[in-house]
Design a protein around this ligand. Structure first.
Ligand SMILES: [Fe+2]
Length: 161
């Protein structure tokens, strides 16, 4: 198996991960009690749709068909978000659970993009590197925003019984 094939498998995995997220983010936005977190999820939903587009562009550049390969890791990470949403907690306490799960989702994506960028760099696919780096920056910012919002939400959660 060539490195090119490994990169393609990573991109197929990411395409599945992003498509799963497009479906999951509206549910997370609906389930959270924090207006800021809700807005962050909705903004990231729009970004995530753009991530799908960029991945398809990357397949195009590589002259391959954009096919998704089911990403089990993202399935698991999303299942944890769903679990947090179904907790019998209220207000900020529920949001505290969502924050941990949402942070896992973002870091999982960051890992996938970081590895793919390194592979594309090694193979000299600079256009693909450029596309994936734009997405990576948005994932990093989304992860940071969740952590920034967490500070206020966790203070509130600490007051809750
Ligand atoms: Fe993404």
């Amino acid at each position: 198996m060539s490195l090119e094939k490994v990169l393609l498998d990573e991109l197929k995995d990411l395409l599945s991960a992003e498509s799963q997220l497009v479906k999951a983010l509206p549910k997370a936005a609906k389930g959270t009690n924090s207006p800021e977190l809700k807005q962050a999820f909705l903004n990231h939903l729009e970004e995530t749709k753009g991530h799908v587009v960029r991945l398809k562009q990357a397949f195009d550049i590589l002259g391959k068909k954009a096919v998704a390969k089911h990403c089990k890791g993202m399935e698991g990470a999303i299942a944890e978000v769903t679990e947090a949403l179904e907790q019998d907690e209220e207000g900020a306490l529920m949001d505290a659970g969502i924050i941990g799960a949402a942070a896992r989702v973002e870091h999982y994506e960051i890992a996938g993009y970081s590895a793919s960028i390194l592979m594309a760099k090694t193979l000299g696919h600079s256009e693909v590197v450029n596309l994936l780096t734009q997405t990576l920056t948005e994932e990093e910012n989304a992860g940071k925003l969740v952590m920034t919002l967490a500070t206020g939400i966790l203070k509130e959660a600490a007051q809750q019984q």
